[in-house]
Ligand binder design. Sequence first.
Ligand SMILES: Nc1ncnc2c1ncn2[C@@H]1O[C@H](COP(=O)(O)OP(=O)(O)OP(=O)(O)O)[C@@H](O)[C@H]1O
Length: 394
Amino acid sequence: MSTDEPTADDVTPDEVSGEETTVAQSDEPVLSVEDVKVHYKPGGIVKRALTDKKVRAVDGVSFDLYENDIVVLVGESGCGKTTLGKTAVGLEKPTEGTVSYRGQDIWEAKENPREAETEFTEIRRAMQIIHQDPANALNSSRRVKAILSDPLKKWRTELGPKEREDTIYRYLEYVDMMPPEDYAERYPHQLSGGEKQRVALGRALLMNPDVILADEAISALDVSLRVGMMDLILDLQETFDTSYVFISHDLANARYLAKRAGGRIAIMYLGEIVEIGPPEEILRNPTHPYTKVLKWSTPTVDPNLARERIQEDPPVREVDVPDPEDPPSGCKFHTRCPEAREVCTREEPGLYDTAGESDAACFRALETHEYWNSDELAGPDDEYGAESESGFGD
Ligand SMILES: Nc1ncnc2c1ncn2[C@@H]1O[C@H](COP(=O)(O)OP(=O)(O)OP(=O)(O)O)[C@@H](O)[C@H]1O
Protein backbone atom coordinates (compact mmCIF):
# COMPACT_ATOMS: atom_id res chain seq x y z
CA MET A 1 0.00 0.00 0.00
CA SER A 2 1.31 3.45 -0.86
CA THR A 3 2.07 5.71 2.04
CA ASP A 4 0.45 8.47 -0.03
CA GLU A 5 -2.93 6.98 0.68
CA PRO A 6 -4.53 8.13 3.94
CA THR A 7 -5.56 5.41 6.36
CA ALA A 8 -8.07 5.48 9.16
CA ASP A 9 -5.59 5.99 11.95
CA ASP A 10 -2.39 7.36 10.49
CA VAL A 11 -3.59 10.77 9.41
CA THR A 12 -3.63 13.12 12.33
CA PRO A 13 -5.23 16.52 11.79
CA ASP A 14 -1.81 18.14 11.49
CA GLU A 15 -0.74 15.73 8.79
CA VAL A 16 -3.64 16.53 6.55
CA SER A 17 -2.04 18.54 3.80
CA GLY A 18 -2.95 22.18 3.75
CA GLU A 19 -4.76 23.84 6.58
CA GLU A 20 -8.03 22.63 7.86
CA THR A 21 -10.69 24.78 6.36
CA THR A 22 -13.29 25.79 8.84
CA VAL A 23 -15.82 27.20 6.48
CA ALA A 24 -18.53 29.38 7.89
CA GLN A 25 -21.76 27.63 7.05
CA SER A 26 -25.00 29.43 6.50
CA ASP A 27 -28.04 28.56 8.58
CA GLU A 28 -30.19 27.68 5.60
CA PRO A 29 -29.36 24.38 3.95
CA VAL A 30 -28.65 24.33 0.22
CA LEU A 31 -30.05 20.84 0.10
CA SER A 32 -32.49 19.11 2.45
CA VAL A 33 -33.16 15.41 2.27
CA GLU A 34 -36.15 14.55 4.44
CA ASP A 35 -37.19 11.01 5.33
CA VAL A 36 -36.37 9.83 1.81
CA LYS A 37 -37.13 6.29 0.69
CA VAL A 38 -36.22 4.82 -2.68
CA HIS A 39 -37.65 1.36 -3.19
CA TYR A 40 -37.14 -0.60 -6.39
CA LYS A 41 -38.85 -3.70 -7.65
CA PRO A 42 -36.05 -6.21 -8.12
CA GLY A 43 -35.01 -8.18 -11.21
CA GLY A 44 -36.04 -7.98 -14.87
CA ILE A 45 -39.43 -7.18 -16.36
CA VAL A 46 -40.96 -10.61 -15.62
CA LYS A 47 -39.77 -10.78 -12.00
CA ARG A 48 -40.91 -7.21 -11.41
CA ALA A 49 -44.39 -8.05 -12.70
CA LEU A 50 -44.66 -11.15 -10.53
CA THR A 51 -43.22 -9.97 -7.25
CA ASP A 52 -44.41 -7.76 -4.43
CA LYS A 53 -40.90 -7.58 -3.04
CA LYS A 54 -38.95 -4.37 -2.99
CA VAL A 55 -35.29 -3.55 -2.70
CA ARG A 56 -35.16 -0.89 -0.02
CA ALA A 57 -32.18 0.90 -1.59
CA VAL A 58 -32.75 3.98 0.59
CA ASP A 59 -35.03 3.56 3.55
CA GLY A 60 -35.82 6.70 5.52
CA VAL A 61 -32.83 9.03 5.25
CA SER A 62 -32.64 12.68 6.30
CA PHE A 63 -29.71 15.08 6.18
CA ASP A 64 -29.01 18.72 5.33
CA LEU A 65 -26.15 20.06 3.24
CA TYR A 66 -25.08 23.66 3.84
CA GLU A 67 -23.02 26.18 1.84
CA ASN A 68 -19.41 24.99 1.47
CA ASP A 69 -20.32 21.79 3.22
CA ILE A 70 -19.19 18.23 2.55
CA VAL A 71 -21.08 15.10 3.51
CA VAL A 72 -19.21 11.91 2.65
CA LEU A 73 -21.44 8.83 2.35
CA VAL A 74 -19.55 5.69 3.34
CA GLY A 75 -20.64 2.06 3.43
CA GLU A 76 -20.34 -1.37 1.88
CA SER A 77 -21.25 -2.05 -1.72
CA GLY A 78 -25.02 -2.10 -2.21
CA CYS A 79 -25.87 -0.12 0.94
CA GLY A 80 -27.53 2.62 -1.14
CA LYS A 81 -24.87 5.33 -1.43
CA THR A 82 -25.32 5.96 -5.16
CA THR A 83 -29.11 5.81 -4.96
CA LEU A 84 -29.13 8.30 -2.08
CA GLY A 85 -26.63 10.58 -3.88
CA LYS A 86 -28.61 10.56 -7.11
CA THR A 87 -31.83 11.20 -5.22
CA ALA A 88 -30.23 14.08 -3.31
CA VAL A 89 -29.30 15.87 -6.56
CA GLY A 90 -32.64 15.23 -8.25
CA LEU A 91 -31.59 12.47 -10.65
CA GLU A 92 -33.78 9.85 -8.98
CA LYS A 93 -37.29 10.43 -7.71
CA PRO A 94 -37.86 9.31 -4.12
CA THR A 95 -40.61 6.77 -3.51
CA GLU A 96 -41.39 8.71 -0.33
CA GLY A 97 -40.04 11.83 1.36
CA THR A 98 -38.80 15.10 -0.09
CA VAL A 99 -35.62 16.62 -1.44
CA SER A 100 -35.46 20.41 -1.45
CA TYR A 101 -32.99 22.80 -3.05
CA ARG A 102 -32.91 26.10 -1.12
CA GLY A 103 -36.36 25.35 0.24
CA GLN A 104 -37.85 24.38 -3.14
CA ASP A 105 -39.10 20.78 -3.40
CA ILE A 106 -37.21 19.53 -6.47
CA TRP A 107 -39.96 17.24 -7.74
CA GLU A 108 -42.65 19.88 -7.19
CA ALA A 109 -40.54 22.19 -9.36
CA LYS A 110 -40.40 19.56 -12.07
CA GLU A 111 -44.01 18.41 -11.93
CA ASN A 112 -45.75 21.66 -10.95
CA PRO A 113 -43.57 24.36 -12.55
CA ARG A 114 -46.24 27.04 -12.17
CA GLU A 115 -46.21 26.70 -8.41
CA ALA A 116 -42.43 26.63 -8.12
CA GLU A 117 -40.33 29.54 -6.92
CA THR A 118 -37.20 28.05 -8.46
CA GLU A 119 -37.29 26.55 -11.94
CA PHE A 120 -36.32 22.93 -12.36
CA THR A 121 -33.74 23.83 -15.06
CA GLU A 122 -32.05 26.15 -12.56
CA ILE A 123 -32.01 23.34 -9.98
CA ARG A 124 -30.49 20.99 -12.58
CA ARG A 125 -27.73 23.51 -13.30
CA ALA A 126 -27.06 23.98 -9.59
CA MET A 127 -26.55 20.26 -8.97
CA GLN A 128 -23.80 18.53 -10.92
CA ILE A 129 -22.33 15.05 -10.80
CA ILE A 130 -18.86 13.59 -11.29
CA HIS A 131 -18.86 9.85 -11.94
CA GLN A 132 -16.42 7.17 -10.93
CA ASP A 133 -15.32 6.52 -14.50
CA PRO A 134 -14.71 9.77 -16.37
CA ALA A 135 -13.95 7.83 -19.57
CA ASN A 136 -17.66 7.01 -19.87
CA ALA A 137 -18.69 10.56 -19.01
CA LEU A 138 -16.53 12.25 -21.68
CA ASN A 139 -17.48 11.88 -25.35
CA SER A 140 -14.49 10.09 -26.87
CA SER A 141 -14.97 11.63 -30.32
CA ARG A 142 -14.77 15.23 -29.13
CA ARG A 143 -11.83 17.36 -28.11
CA VAL A 144 -11.65 18.72 -24.55
CA LYS A 145 -12.44 22.19 -25.92
CA ALA A 146 -15.69 20.98 -27.46
CA ILE A 147 -16.62 19.00 -24.35
CA LEU A 148 -16.20 22.12 -22.20
CA SER A 149 -17.96 24.38 -24.71
CA ASP A 150 -21.30 22.62 -24.29
CA PRO A 151 -22.18 23.82 -20.79
CA LEU A 152 -21.05 27.34 -21.68
CA LYS A 153 -23.21 27.44 -24.80
CA LYS A 154 -26.17 26.29 -22.74
CA TRP A 155 -25.73 28.32 -19.57
CA ARG A 156 -23.53 31.28 -20.52
CA THR A 157 -25.21 32.37 -23.74
CA GLU A 158 -23.83 35.89 -23.38
CA LEU A 159 -20.30 34.66 -24.14
CA GLY A 160 -18.93 34.97 -27.68
CA PRO A 161 -16.50 32.39 -29.15
CA LYS A 162 -13.34 34.20 -27.93
CA GLU A 163 -14.70 34.69 -24.40
CA ARG A 164 -15.82 31.07 -24.38
CA GLU A 165 -12.32 29.94 -25.33
CA ASP A 166 -10.74 32.14 -22.65
CA THR A 167 -13.16 30.73 -20.06
CA ILE A 168 -12.30 27.16 -21.07
CA TYR A 169 -8.57 27.88 -20.73
CA ARG A 170 -9.16 29.48 -17.34
CA TYR A 171 -11.07 26.45 -16.05
CA LEU A 172 -8.42 24.08 -17.40
CA GLU A 173 -5.90 26.07 -15.38
CA TYR A 174 -8.15 25.79 -12.32
CA VAL A 175 -7.99 22.00 -12.61
CA ASP A 176 -4.20 22.05 -13.09
CA MET A 177 -4.13 21.21 -16.80
CA MET A 178 -1.27 23.31 -18.07
CA PRO A 179 -0.71 24.57 -20.67
CA PRO A 180 -4.48 24.79 -21.22
CA GLU A 181 -4.12 25.47 -24.97
CA ASP A 182 -2.48 22.06 -25.33
CA TYR A 183 -5.03 20.13 -23.25
CA ALA A 184 -7.95 21.87 -24.93
CA GLU A 185 -6.99 20.28 -28.27
CA ARG A 186 -6.73 16.72 -26.94
CA TYR A 187 -9.24 13.90 -27.20
CA PRO A 188 -10.14 11.94 -24.03
CA HIS A 189 -8.00 8.97 -25.12
CA GLN A 190 -4.98 11.31 -25.09
CA LEU A 191 -5.50 11.98 -21.38
CA SER A 192 -4.55 9.90 -18.33
CA GLY A 193 -7.28 8.75 -15.92
CA GLY A 194 -6.46 11.59 -13.53
CA GLU A 195 -6.56 14.17 -16.35
CA LYS A 196 -9.93 12.87 -17.55
CA GLN A 197 -11.28 13.17 -14.02
CA ARG A 198 -9.98 16.76 -13.85
CA VAL A 199 -11.74 17.60 -17.13
CA ALA A 200 -14.93 16.16 -15.63
CA LEU A 201 -14.42 18.32 -12.53
CA GLY A 202 -13.75 21.40 -14.69
CA ARG A 203 -16.90 20.73 -16.72
CA ALA A 204 -18.99 20.43 -13.55
CA LEU A 205 -17.53 23.67 -12.17
CA LEU A 206 -18.23 25.53 -15.43
CA MET A 207 -21.92 25.29 -14.56
CA ASN A 208 -21.18 27.23 -11.37
CA PRO A 209 -23.01 24.59 -9.32
CA ASP A 210 -24.00 24.85 -5.67
CA VAL A 211 -23.74 21.12 -5.12
CA ILE A 212 -21.56 18.46 -6.75
CA LEU A 213 -22.27 14.78 -6.27
CA ALA A 214 -18.89 13.05 -6.55
CA ASP A 215 -19.69 9.35 -6.87
CA GLU A 216 -16.51 7.39 -6.08
CA ALA A 217 -14.75 10.13 -8.06
CA ILE A 218 -11.28 9.08 -6.96
CA SER A 219 -11.59 5.30 -6.66
CA ALA A 220 -10.69 4.61 -10.31
CA LEU A 221 -7.48 6.64 -9.99
CA ASP A 222 -4.07 5.25 -9.12
CA VAL A 223 -3.57 5.27 -5.37
CA SER A 224 -0.72 7.79 -5.79
CA LEU A 225 -3.06 10.25 -7.55
CA ARG A 226 -5.98 10.11 -5.12
CA VAL A 227 -4.67 12.51 -2.50
CA GLY A 228 -3.80 15.05 -5.23
CA MET A 229 -7.32 14.83 -6.64
CA MET A 230 -8.87 15.22 -3.18
CA ASP A 231 -6.65 18.25 -2.52
CA LEU A 232 -7.67 19.78 -5.84
CA ILE A 233 -11.36 19.26 -5.07
CA LEU A 234 -10.92 20.84 -1.64
CA ASP A 235 -8.93 23.82 -2.96
CA LEU A 236 -11.55 24.47 -5.62
CA GLN A 237 -14.32 24.09 -3.08
CA GLU A 238 -12.99 27.22 -1.41
CA THR A 239 -12.56 29.03 -4.73
CA PHE A 240 -16.04 28.23 -6.01
CA ASP A 241 -18.05 27.94 -2.76
CA THR A 242 -19.36 24.55 -3.75
CA SER A 243 -20.89 21.92 -1.47
CA TYR A 244 -20.22 18.24 -2.04
CA VAL A 245 -22.01 14.98 -1.48
CA PHE A 246 -19.05 12.67 -1.79
CA ILE A 247 -19.48 8.90 -2.08
CA SER A 248 -16.71 6.62 -0.94
CA HIS A 249 -16.34 3.05 0.24
CA ASP A 250 -13.11 4.09 1.96
CA LEU A 251 -13.31 5.51 5.45
CA ALA A 252 -9.75 6.87 5.37
CA ASN A 253 -10.38 8.93 2.24
CA ALA A 254 -13.71 10.04 3.68
CA ARG A 255 -11.89 11.27 6.75
CA TYR A 256 -9.31 13.13 4.72
CA LEU A 257 -11.98 14.98 2.74
CA ALA A 258 -14.35 15.71 5.60
CA LYS A 259 -11.56 16.75 7.94
CA ARG A 260 -10.12 19.41 5.66
CA ALA A 261 -13.51 20.76 4.69
CA GLY A 262 -14.96 20.80 8.20
CA GLY A 263 -17.63 18.40 6.91
CA ARG A 264 -19.29 15.21 8.12
CA ILE A 265 -19.13 11.52 7.41
CA ALA A 266 -22.42 9.62 7.09
CA ILE A 267 -22.14 5.86 7.56
CA MET A 268 -24.76 3.89 5.61
CA TYR A 269 -26.01 0.39 6.20
CA LEU A 270 -28.82 -1.29 4.22
CA GLY A 271 -30.33 1.96 2.96
CA GLU A 272 -30.09 3.91 6.22
CA ILE A 273 -27.67 6.39 7.74
CA VAL A 274 -26.60 4.66 10.95
CA GLU A 275 -24.15 7.31 12.16
CA ILE A 276 -23.34 10.85 11.03
CA GLY A 277 -20.88 13.30 12.48
CA PRO A 278 -17.50 15.03 12.22
CA PRO A 279 -14.73 12.76 10.92
CA GLU A 280 -12.66 12.73 14.10
CA GLU A 281 -15.70 11.66 16.10
CA ILE A 282 -16.58 8.92 13.61
CA LEU A 283 -13.02 7.59 13.48
CA ARG A 284 -11.82 8.12 17.04
CA ASN A 285 -15.01 7.63 18.98
CA PRO A 286 -17.50 5.66 16.88
CA THR A 287 -20.80 4.91 18.57
CA HIS A 288 -22.57 2.62 16.14
CA PRO A 289 -21.26 -0.96 16.14
CA TYR A 290 -21.28 -0.91 12.32
CA THR A 291 -19.03 2.17 12.27
CA LYS A 292 -16.65 0.16 14.47
CA VAL A 293 -16.69 -2.66 11.90
CA LEU A 294 -15.85 -0.26 9.07
CA LYS A 295 -13.07 1.27 11.12
CA TRP A 296 -11.73 -2.19 11.95
CA SER A 297 -11.67 -3.13 8.25
CA THR A 298 -9.91 0.06 7.12
CA PRO A 299 -6.23 -0.57 6.28
CA THR A 300 -3.64 0.75 8.67
CA VAL A 301 0.05 1.54 8.11
CA ASP A 302 0.79 0.94 11.81
CA PRO A 303 2.50 -2.51 11.73
CA ASN A 304 1.58 -3.29 15.36
CA LEU A 305 -2.07 -2.47 14.78
CA ALA A 306 -2.07 -4.43 11.52
CA ARG A 307 -0.60 -7.47 13.34
CA GLU A 308 -3.22 -7.18 16.11
CA ARG A 309 -6.00 -7.03 13.56
CA ILE A 310 -4.84 -10.19 11.79
CA GLN A 311 -5.17 -12.04 15.10
CA GLU A 312 -8.54 -10.51 15.97
CA ASP A 313 -11.93 -11.66 14.78
CA PRO A 314 -13.92 -8.88 13.08
CA PRO A 315 -16.29 -7.16 15.52
CA VAL A 316 -19.39 -8.78 14.03
CA ARG A 317 -21.55 -11.75 15.05
CA GLU A 318 -22.18 -12.76 11.47
CA VAL A 319 -20.30 -11.75 8.33
CA ASP A 320 -22.95 -12.01 5.64
CA VAL A 321 -24.84 -8.85 4.70
CA PRO A 322 -28.62 -9.51 4.76
CA ASP A 323 -30.64 -9.48 1.57
CA PRO A 324 -31.87 -5.89 0.92
CA GLU A 325 -35.11 -7.41 -0.45
CA ASP A 326 -35.72 -9.02 2.93
CA PRO A 327 -33.95 -6.92 5.56
CA PRO A 328 -33.97 -7.96 9.22
CA SER A 329 -36.72 -6.68 11.50
CA GLY A 330 -36.00 -4.01 14.11
CA CYS A 331 -32.48 -2.65 13.79
CA LYS A 332 -31.27 -3.87 10.40
CA PHE A 333 -27.78 -4.42 11.79
CA HIS A 334 -28.90 -6.73 14.61
CA THR A 335 -28.02 -9.95 12.76
CA ARG A 336 -24.37 -8.87 12.64
CA CYS A 337 -24.14 -6.71 15.72
CA PRO A 338 -22.11 -8.04 18.65
CA GLU A 339 -24.02 -5.70 21.00
CA ALA A 340 -27.51 -6.67 19.80
CA ARG A 341 -30.13 -7.53 22.41
CA GLU A 342 -33.62 -8.88 22.09
CA VAL A 343 -35.23 -5.42 21.74
CA CYS A 344 -33.04 -4.75 18.66
CA THR A 345 -34.76 -7.63 16.83
CA ARG A 346 -38.16 -5.94 17.01
CA GLU A 347 -37.71 -2.19 17.52
CA GLU A 348 -36.11 0.11 14.95
CA PRO A 349 -33.82 2.80 16.42
CA GLY A 350 -34.01 6.44 15.26
CA LEU A 351 -30.93 8.65 14.91
CA TYR A 352 -30.09 9.75 18.46
CA ASP A 353 -27.66 12.35 19.82
CA THR A 354 -24.65 10.54 21.20
CA ALA A 355 -22.48 11.54 24.15
CA GLY A 356 -20.02 12.84 21.53
CA GLU A 357 -20.71 14.94 18.45
CA SER A 358 -22.29 12.34 16.20
CA ASP A 359 -25.84 11.05 15.85
CA ALA A 360 -26.18 7.29 15.82
CA ALA A 361 -29.03 4.85 15.14
CA CYS A 362 -28.32 2.67 18.15
CA PHE A 363 -30.20 2.29 21.44
CA ARG A 364 -26.84 2.25 23.20
CA ALA A 365 -26.64 6.00 22.57
CA LEU A 366 -29.55 6.42 24.99
CA GLU A 367 -28.79 6.31 28.69
CA THR A 368 -32.22 5.03 29.52
CA HIS A 369 -33.81 2.63 27.11
CA GLU A 370 -35.40 -0.78 27.33
CA TYR A 371 -32.22 -2.03 25.59
CA TRP A 372 -30.24 -2.01 28.83
CA ASN A 373 -32.65 -4.47 30.50
CA SER A 374 -33.24 -6.51 27.38
CA ASP A 375 -31.86 -10.08 27.02
CA GLU A 376 -28.55 -10.44 25.26
CA LEU A 377 -28.51 -12.47 22.06
CA ALA A 378 -26.50 -15.64 22.50
CA GLY A 379 -24.86 -15.93 19.10
CA PRO A 380 -25.52 -16.12 15.37
CA ASP A 381 -27.18 -19.53 15.60
CA ASP A 382 -29.63 -18.64 18.34
CA GLU A 383 -33.30 -17.95 17.75
CA TYR A 384 -32.74 -14.24 16.98
CA GLY A 385 -29.52 -14.40 14.95
CA ALA A 386 -29.34 -15.46 11.33
CA GLU A 387 -28.08 -18.98 10.78
CA SER A 388 -24.41 -18.88 10.04
CA GLU A 389 -21.39 -21.08 9.84
CA SER A 390 -19.09 -18.12 9.88
CA GLY A 391 -17.72 -18.90 13.33
CA PHE A 392 -17.68 -15.22 14.23
CA GLY A 393 -20.24 -15.66 17.00
CA ASP A 394 -19.30 -15.37 20.61
N1 LIG B 1 -32.55 0.62 -10.79
C1 LIG B 1 -32.51 -0.33 -9.82
N2 LIG B 1 -33.40 -1.36 -9.83
C2 LIG B 1 -33.39 -2.30 -8.87
N3 LIG B 1 -32.52 -2.32 -7.83
C3 LIG B 1 -31.59 -1.34 -7.78
C4 LIG B 1 -31.53 -0.30 -8.78
N4 LIG B 1 -30.50 0.55 -8.46
C5 LIG B 1 -29.95 0.05 -7.33
N5 LIG B 1 -30.60 -1.08 -6.93
C6 LIG B 1 -30.31 -1.88 -5.72
O1 LIG B 1 -30.37 -0.97 -4.62
C7 LIG B 1 -29.36 -1.30 -3.67
C8 LIG B 1 -28.47 -0.08 -3.46
O2 LIG B 1 -27.71 0.15 -4.66
P1 LIG B 1 -26.66 1.35 -4.78
O3 LIG B 1 -26.03 1.26 -6.12
O4 LIG B 1 -27.34 2.61 -4.42
O5 LIG B 1 -25.60 0.96 -3.65
P2 LIG B 1 -24.12 1.50 -3.45
O6 LIG B 1 -23.90 1.57 -1.98
O7 LIG B 1 -23.90 2.74 -4.23
O8 LIG B 1 -23.28 0.32 -4.08
P3 LIG B 1 -21.84 0.39 -4.82
O9 LIG B 1 -20.84 0.88 -3.79
O10 LIG B 1 -21.60 -1.04 -5.21
O11 LIG B 1 -22.00 1.31 -5.98
C9 LIG B 1 -28.63 -2.52 -4.22
O12 LIG B 1 -29.21 -3.68 -3.65
C10 LIG B 1 -28.90 -2.45 -5.71
O13 LIG B 1 -28.86 -3.73 -6.29
